[in-house]
Design a protein around this ligand. Structure first.
Ligand code: IDP
Ligand code: MG
Length: 149
């Protein structure tokens, strides 16, 4: 089973879209192993988005992500990384298909509501930035026998 890291960004929380995002993850049968509302620090943001340092949008991205509370999650499932990226939709909402979170709820690349890790390695790195091991729960998820062969 694969784990990924999901964030409902400040715009998602401020716009009251937490439930909408959770609904889509749960409907798909993804399991939530960790979930909390936090304020991202400059240090966390710098570590999370280190690959984008030096880009034109970097400063704006850091101030956006640290501007107000976010919801962070550890999400598990078969191919969770890819499944979440598909549910989130393309980075630029203009390219995101209807039915995806970004396609349905966003218009601007700089206010695209959600984050999902792009690989299993990124997921582990991002989970370590935002979660203590004791905040991640392993438990028996009843639908599993009806989700996976
Ligand atoms: P991803 O979130 O789909 O993985 P990345 O390319 O990793 O997309 O970019 C990280 C985040 O940085 C995006 O989700 C978006 O919030 C922001 N971002 C990326 N490119 C731009 C841009 O050109 N202008 C403004 N913000 C951007
Ligand atoms: Mg990315």
């Amino acid at each position: 089973m694969e784990q990924t890291f999901v964030m409902i960004k400040p715009d998602g929380v401020q716009r009251g879209l937490v439930g909408q995002v959770l609904l889509r993850l749960e409907k798909k049968g993804l399991k939530i192993n960790g979930l909390k509302l936090i304020k991202v620090t400059e240090e966390m943001a710098g570590s999370h988005y280190q690959e984008h340092q030096g880009r034109g949008f970097y400063a704006g991205l850091i101030s956006y992500i640290t501007s107000a509370p976010v919801v962070v999650m550890v999400v598990e499932g078969k191919n969770a990384v890819q499944e979440v990226r598909k549910i989130n939709g393309a980075t630029n909402p203009l390219d995101a298909l209807p039915g995806t979170i970004r396609g349905d709820f966003a218009q601007d690349i700089g206010r695209n509501v959600v984050h999902g890790s792009d690989s299993v390695e990124s997921a582990q790195r991002e989970i370590d930035i935002y979660f203590e091991p004791r905040e991640i729960q392993d438990y028996n998820f009843l639908p599993e026998q009806w989700l996976y062969e």
